[in-house]
Ligand binder design. Structure first.
Ligand code: NIG
Ligand code: FE
Length: 393
């Protein structure tokens, strides 16, 4: 049984992505002919293979590419049931409306904690196999204090990156009374759940919550020690991006419809724009204008947004392929956004890169270069995954 205290040298690497421009070429810090040593769960050494120090274990990668593990900064894994028929209806012309979320709320409320945990485990394992070594996980399909609390506790068994999506859609018992729901969230739900979460999130969108309602939820979360992130501008231009920037949110996610003023606001802020192209793919929505965001200097992350409604995939390799083909991101931008960009969105500097002191989270591809992630769409190229220096997949 491998253990994190054994040191490992990865050698004979094809291209190595470090995400440290001081270690190699371009923003990805790409190196060739290199080796990496993991020790005590961290990256202990990066350099020329010919100079690599000895380690307990030696892995000969035979020219395969090595990258930092993907950092998935946006997922909704605590749920029960599925919505394949809603997807099929959409493919025959029905439009996505956030109302489908209520179907999953009903199924989630009816499931017990063990069923919810089994679902999270299944999808976390799936994510890991496709290279995601850090995975954020949202609540949001409970929408009562009790169901959000148990969702947060279940998510916390699998990740430190728990997000309380306290206001996803007004649940059926609050139909037409969204203000009252928000009052309940701020008064009861957030104080009860905040000790078990790190982030507060809200769906600021027509059909979900208004700017004022969203702001109230985010401010209540901040008052209880949580940091905001926002679902915004998914289905139309709206106030989500501006609200996120004003409140200093770590990220605003979706961002499929933005105005020039939104882009300016993001560019002069520390808020990351997290693009979720698989959601747009599965809902036939417009893709975000990644070029305008990147060219304005906005920090962009890529997430898979795994959820049973809009994006039932855990695959960041698929999202990288979409980002390159459909969003016109360069392969380098897409790979950076799924690794270092995700880390920025989660305000983490210990993951998303491979430099001395980083967590030893990495993946090896069955390909010589990271370019193949976009060049060979749909092919399961992730061959090996290490987390904390331990081979986990
Ligand atoms: O990120 N936009 C809101 N929430 C999810 C969809 C949830 C669902 O349809 O169940 C999303 O796309
Ligand atoms: Fe989402």
């Amino acid at each position: 049984m491998p253990d994190g205290s054994r040191s490992t040298v990865l050698t004979n690497i094809g291209t190595l992505v470090t995400n440290d421009p001081e270690l190699g070429d371009g923003p990805l810090g790409v190196r060739r002919g290199s080796a990496v040593v993991f020790d005590e769960g961290l990256v202990a050494w990066v350099g020329y293979a010919s100079e690599a120090p000895a380690a307990d274990d030696r892995v000969d990668l035979a020219g395969r590419a090595v990258l930092p593990g993907f950092v998935e900064s946006h997922s909704h894994l605590v749920f029960a049931g599925e919505r394949a028929e809603e997807f099929a209806a959409r493919m025959s012309g029905a439009e996505y409306a956030a109302g489908g979320i209520r179907t999953t709320i009903a199924a989630t409320r009816a499931a017990d904690d063990d069923q919810l945990a089994a679902n999270v485990r299944r999808l976390m394992d799936e994510s890991l196999r496709s290279g995601s070594t850090t995975v954020e996980c949202k609540t949001g399909y409970g929408q009562t204090t009790e169901d959000e609390l148990r969702s947060a506790l279940v998510a916390g068994r699998f990740t430190d990156e728990v997000t309380l999506l306290a206001a996803h859609v007004p649940p059926p018992e609050y139909a037409g009374r969204a203000d009252e729901y928000v009052e309940m969230v701020c008064r009861d739900m957030i104080p009860a759940c905040a000790p078990h979460a790190k982030w507060i999130d809200v769906f600021c969108e027509r059909g979900a919550f208004t700017r004022e309602q969203s702001e109230a939820v985010l401010r209540a979360g901040v008052a209880h020690g949580l940091t905001p992130r926002v679902h915004g501008n998914q289905l139309g231009a709206g106030p989500g991006v501006r609200l996120a920037v004003e409140l200093g949110a770590a990220s605003v996610d979706h961002v499929s419809y933005v105005t020039a003023a939104d882009i300016d606001a993001l560019a002069s802020s520390a808020t990351v724009a997290t693009l979720l192209p698989a959601a747009d793919f599965c809902t036939r929505n417009s893709y975000p204008n990644a070029r305008a965001l990147l060219d304005a200097g906005v920090t962009v992350a890529l997430g898979a947004d795994c959820n049973p409604g809009t994006s039932y995939t855990t695959s960041l390799p698929f999202c990288i392929a979409l980002a390159v083909r459909e969003l016109r991101m360069t392969p380098e931008e897409a790979v950076w956004s799924a690794t270092a960009g995700g880390a920025r969105a989660l305000r983490r500097d210990d993951v998303g890169s491979l430099r001395v002191g980083s967590r030893a989270d990495a993946l090896a591809l069955d390909a010589p270069s990271y370019l193949h992630l976009a060049y060979r769409p749909g092919v399961p190229l992730v061959r090996s995954v290490w987390r904390g220096g331990v081979l986990v997949s």
